[in-house]
Write a protein that binds this ligand. Structure first.
Ligand code: UT7
Length: 319
């Protein structure tokens, strides 16, 4: 499986740390030093599905194929305005694709899970030649905007990749374990005349320090597994692209692997944590600004609520 096209789309509104400090007890200094975030792009008038379709069209254009050439479409998403139908079904119609599609929710690790599933589809379905993966997320709609410890972390966005048959995907390591308490959001469902239990909903709840520790532990374990099991050394990897949740998480992982900073490109400064869209947004930036060279070896790694995490190792052969 090879990546042959990437694309992304951001909402138009830029919200700086200084703007947040006007209505929250926070500061640019705190957010910058504790997270590495300076600003984020937030949904205001846009619909997530419009950003999603734009990201897909940009990826298709980069790949030089049309939506009709896509044989399978996977969308990673945690939350959007529709409960049903799936976001993939909505976007499929907007871009003019006709293939089968579905949504997956592996929280911020969704891109890695989608890549792994796509790789299996290529192996098991002879008729599949092109797969589109979309990660479209609006985590800012999950937060309590009076809660300074969570809302400052997130941004919205969408990114997509087009995949074709090939040998670039070397391997992956996925891990999930049920650990709800440190990171969850409960949604209240419609009442029926028969519900007797107490139910409630609310914004995202996060135990930051616990998530930080789980993130470092799980990501390091996934990265070590995928690199070592495939017979590579850490020095042989050209780039480590990590989920953009906190620059200190990225740096802790980098130091544990004893690797140079230049191998860990990041854009959290501009976008904050865009959930599963964070990795394909970064990948698209590095593709378009020609940081990545054909022949590079890349590790992708992400973690999220669940707790879910995953890493994969691939070659970059796109010119
Ligand atoms: O995709 C997965 C999503 N989540 C994550 O990856 C989050 C992982 N965790 C983190 O990134 C960090 O734990 C945070 C950035 C969330 C918090 O950083 P921290 O260094 O762990 O800070 P803390 O929670 O220990 O809080 C330190 C202090 C507290 O004040 P006191 O109790 O020491 O007086 C907080 O109330 O910082 C305070 N604080 C803030 N102050 C200014 C928390 N948020 C803010 C804020 N502005 N926005």
């Amino acid at each position: 499986m090879n990546i042959i096209g990437t694309g992304r789309a951001h909402p138009s509104l830029t919200v700086t740390n200084e703007m947040l400090s006007r209505f929250l007890d926070t500061s640019d200094e705190w957010i910058t030093t504790r997270t590495g975030i300076k600003q984020r792009q937030l949904i205001s008038h846009e619909k997530l599905e419009d950003l999603a379709a734009e990201a897909c069209n940009n990826a298709l254009e980069d790949a030089g194929i049309s939506a009709k050439d896509i044989d399978f479409f996977i969308c990673s998403n945690v939350v959007n305005e529709y409960i049903t139908p799936s976001l993939s079904c909505i976007v499929q119609g907007m871009i003019g694709a006709t293939c089968a599609c579905f949504d997956l929710n592996s929280a911020c690790a969704g891109f890695i899970y989608a890549l792994d599933i796509a790789n299996s589809f290529f192996k098991t379905k002879k008729e599949v030649n092109h797969i589109l993966i979309l990660c479209a997320e609006e985590p800012t709609r999950m937060c309590d905007w009076q809660e300074r410890s969570t809302c400052v972390l997130f941004g919205d966005g969408a990114a997509a990749v087009v995949l074709s048959r090939g040998d670039d995907f070397i391997g992956s390591s996925l891990s999930s374990f049920s650990c709800v308490e440190p990171l969850y959001q409960i949604r209240e469902l419609e009442k029926t005349p028969f519900i007797t239990k107490e139910e409630f909903g609310g914004p995202l709840v996060m135990k930051g320090q616990e998530v930080f520790k789980l993130a470092v532990k799980s990501s390091l374990s996934d990265i070590r597994k995928v690199v070592e099991d495939n017979g590579y050394t850490y020095d042989e990897v050209d780039y480590y692209l990590l989920h953009q949740a906190n620059i200190r998480i990225i740096d802790t992982i980098r130091r544990s692997l004893d690797q140079d900073e230049v191998k860990f490109p990041h854009n959290i400064r501009h976008y904050g944590n865009t959930s599963s869209a964070s990795l394909p947004i970064l990948l698209d930036e590095l593709n378009r600004n020609q940081t990545l060279n054909s022949g590079d070896t890349i590790v992708l790694s992400a973690f999220g609520a669940g707790f879910t995490s995953g890493a994969c190792l691939l070659n970059w052969s796109k010119q």
